[in-house]
Design a binder for this molecule. Structure first.
Ligand code: B12
Length: 296
């Protein structure tokens, strides 16, 4: 798909959502590998190994037709056409692998500042995990709210909304911080434009998916939408998932949930995902169901 077609799709989605503050060109971040600058020995500064020019680096020496490799690189984020030095990876490919690995580890263990949440009017609540270490080693604690969170929900949140939206760091904080500005305003506007009552947006620190059930129960929300950082991969550490559930109960199981994964600039772009989620919410409300009980 060419850049113009992508821009047109983004433009249509933005106008359907009633979104005027985001320009389509700010949303589309697809880069053509053949246009990306290639690393040279004379670069003054140390190169950013996680940057696009290394991601799109073609390391195959003496290819019969290098354009074929460029084309392949452009079509996937997988580590292809990196060449080799004898039986070993080339230095650039190895350094890139290590850079991606560090990035993935960072995004799992990073914490968001409360000020970042306040600037975006997100009400902060926390699971029973007291820090990242405990969160990672005790998944059960990430599935329950702490006492303060339960009180905050009672004190500060709109009760019985049709839709409650929650953000959570989960296993990737970057997924939240990188995608927030494109997905949350568009999603909130889209839901309101669809005539739905929407609860106060929340941020759950150290959250696991199951925690959305307790929040849904306490706020008596009809549909509960959780945008949570996915376990990062080596090629992608900024991917967000949307887990949606209709009227969760104590007996809710995983198959009662619907999931839309791979939300990021190189997957389902966040603005487009907002439109898909609005449609999903409407379907859930109409059918009073989610997960395997939902007919789509
Ligand atoms: C880890 C993982 C799992 C683990 C979860 C173990 C655990 N307790 O953490 C295991 C191996 C069990 C698993 C199983 C399945 N998974 Co899975 N999983 C993932 C993965 C790699 C990361 C999820 C993540 O980071 N979640 C965020 C963290 C914070 O959540 P959590 O609270 O720690 O864990 C919960 C979620 O991971 C959730 N979950 C995981 N997979 C799925 C799938 C569905 C359909 C639902 C509703 C929930 C769910 O269950 C966990 C327990 O509550 C994603 C890939 C991705 N890019 O997102 C695929 C992914 C979400 N899984 C997928 C699928 C299809 C499944 C299975 C249906 C596979 C199968 N045929 O059996 C099962 C369903 C399991 C279920 N819970 O009902 C698909 C969903 C596609 C879609 N849009 O519907 C994904 C996107 C992978 C893919 N690209 O195909 N999964």
């Amino acid at each position: 798909m060419n850049e113009q077609k992508i821009q047109d799709i983004v433009s249509t989605v933005l106008s359907q959502l009633g979104e005027t503050s985001i320009t389509p060109s700010a949303v589309t971040k697809i880069v053509d590998a053949t246009l990306a600058p290639q690393p040279t020995k004379n670069d003054d500064a140390l190169p950013d190994l996680g940057g696009i020019k290394f991601k799109k680096w073609n390391g195959v020496v003496d290819a019969l037709d290098p354009k074929i490799n460029d084309d392949l690189i452009n079509q996937t984020d997988a580590r292809v056409c990196k060449g080799r030095a004898g039986p070993r990876p080339r230095t650039s490919a190895l350094l890139r692998f290590l850079a991606d690995h560090s990035r993935s580890k960072d995004t799992v263990i990073k914490n968001v500042e409360s000020s970042w949440l306040q600037e975006r009017n997100l009400i902060e609540i926390q699971s029973c995990a007291t820090d990242k270490d405990e969160y990672l080693t005790r998944p059960d604690l990430g599935r329950k709210l702490n006492d303060e969170a339960k009180s905050l929900l009672q004190e500060k949140c709109i009760k019985s909304p049709q839709v409650q939206v929650i953000l959570s760091d989960g296993l990737s904080l970057d997924a939240v911080t990188v995608n927030h500005d494109e997905i949350l305003p568009a999603l909130m506007n889209g839901l309101k434009n669809a005539g739905l009552t929407v609860g106060s947006p929340l941020f759950l620190r150290y959250g696991r998916v199951k925690a959305q059930d307790e929040i849904g129960l306490l706020l008596n929300a009809e549909v509960n939408i959780l945008l949570i950082g996915e376990r990062p991969g080596l090629g992608q550490s900024e991917s967000l998932s949307c887990y949606a559930i209709y009227k969760p109960t104590e007996e809710t199981v995983e198959s009662d949930r619907t999931v839309i994964s791979n939300i990021h600039a190189g997957g389902t772009p966040p603005v487009e995902a907002a439109a898909v989620i609005v449609d999903l919410v409407k379907t859930m409300l109409a059918q009073k169901a989610s997960g395997i009980n939902l007919k789509r």
